[in-house]
Design a protein around this ligand. Structure first.
Ligand code: PLP
Length: 391
């Protein structure tokens, strides 16, 4: 199997932290008891789940009972919106944005087909939502506002704490998809007006297929997955113990490593971005004028097709993407960039996303390879690139 040499797609997924693997392994081998079993062998597994929940709560700055363990970010997003739409009195309207991940966007489109009204807020050229427009869009029948904390394609941050205040003042529930924010920027839910928040372990060096939904202790919640009484009746199904334990460890490591996101990851991203802008003509950073995650660089290159660039970069063993990993191969290009710029940049942009396992050498290689690939695609032989081949 091919290994990636320069992995710059940390928004798609991340490498498992070795400390996480070590922590989860005994729960795949030795400690296989059902946490609901009424014996010691099950009780010790229950304890491990409780510890994981506490670690996730510490990462989110909330109380452990406010954390509902789920199978992924998508499930968490669906569960929050469903809870509001199905169970809020008069919940016939949802407000979201045109740049959400498909885990929210598609779900809302589906709700719209089934009779729920949905407002999809637009964004400006930098990817910002207009808070006045948001406020105006909230009506008496609005069940919930769902807006992401950090955009997975551009890294643009929405001011979710302010948005939550607006929603509170209007008496409407607020959910935020924080799948890309968790582990990259500080989150402290205590004292905010956020009702629901979604995370996914594989975005912060945990395993795939496990996530969590924060449900504020004063917020009414009804589950989407109904069956056994696990998760205090909020999410049925025998717990994915090893993955939950792993997510807990990943959350603990994320808290410890958070300062590195600013001191090491952001400088790597900035050095890369500066070098590309300096060495490749007619490039621009998507979302440059907005507050952004420290790790994400989404760059538009004039005169290329992102899909062709990805193929060439792959030959050089550089992993990056043309937008959301879930949409790779989509002919329309990025819906996020279309919302920001119309069709213009959607098919000619690349996302590079850094992480704490990247090294300065990765950045050096990327700075060398990306301009060669772009020059090759443009059919240019720029002076900087003379002698360079990008096969
Ligand atoms: N929300 C955002 C912003 C994401 O980036 C992703 C994954 O790419 C998801 C939700 C879905 O998370 P999961 O893969 O855990 O279902």
């Amino acid at each position: 199997m091919a290994e990636c040499e320069i992995y710059l797609d940390n928004n798609a997924t991340t490498q498992l932290d070795p400390a996480v693997i070590e922590e989860m392994m005994p729960f795949l081998t030795k400690y296989y008891g059902n946490p609901s079993g009424g014996y010691q062998f099950g009780a010790q597994v229950r304890k491990a789940i409780d510890l994981a929940r506490e670690r996730v709560a510490t990462m989110l700055g909330c109380e452990a009972p406010e954390v509902v363990l789920t199978s992924c970010g998508t499930e968490s997003n669906n569960a929050a919106i469903n809870a509001a739409v199905q169970f809020e009195p008069g919940g016939k309207h949802v407000v979201t944005s045109a740049v959400e991940h498909s885990a929210v966007l598609r779900h809302c489109e589906d709700l719209a087909k089934r009779g729920c009204e949905v407002t999809f807020l637009g964004v400006d050229r930098d990817g910002n939502v207009d808070l006045a427009e948001l406020e105006e869009s909230i009506r008496r029948e609005t069940a919930i506002v769902s807006l992401m904390w950090a955009n997975n394609e551009t890294g643009v941050l929405f001011p979710v704490e302010k948005i939550a205040e607006i929603c509170r003042a209007k008496g409407v529930l607020f959910h935020t998809d924080a799948v890309q924010a968790a582990g990259k920027i500080p989150i402290r839910l205590r004292d905010t007006a956020i009702n629901f928040l979604s995370i996914s372990a594989h975005k912060f060096h945990g395993p795939k297929g496990v996530g969590a939904l924060y449900v504020n202790r004063r917020t009414r919640f009804r589950p989407t997955i109904i069956g056994g009484g696990q998760e205090n009746g909020r999410r049925a199904g025998t717990e994915n113990v090893a993955s939950i334990v792993a997510m807990g460890k990943a959350a603990e490591r994320a808290v410890e490593s958070l300062p590195e996101e600013e001191s090491r990851v952001r400088p790597m991203r900035d050095r890369f971005e500066k070098a590309i802008l300096a060495s490749v003509t007619e490039t621009s950073v998507n979302g440059a004028g907005a507050a952004r995650l420290p790790n994400t660089s989404n760059i538009a290159f004039e005169g290329i097709e992102s899909q062709s660039a990805l193929i060439l970069l792959d030959r050089h063993r550089v992993c990056c993407s043309a937008g959301s990993a879930c949409k790779t191969g989509s002919s329309e290009g990025s819906h996020v960039l279309r919302a920001m710029h119309g069709q213009d940049r959607a098919g000619r942009s690349l996302r590079f996303s850094f992480g704490r396992f990247n090294t300065e050498t990765d950045v050096d290689h990327a700075i060398e390879i990306v301009p060669k690939v772009i020059a090759k695609l443009r059919g240019l032989s720029s002076p900087v690139l003379q002698g360079a081949t990008a096969s």
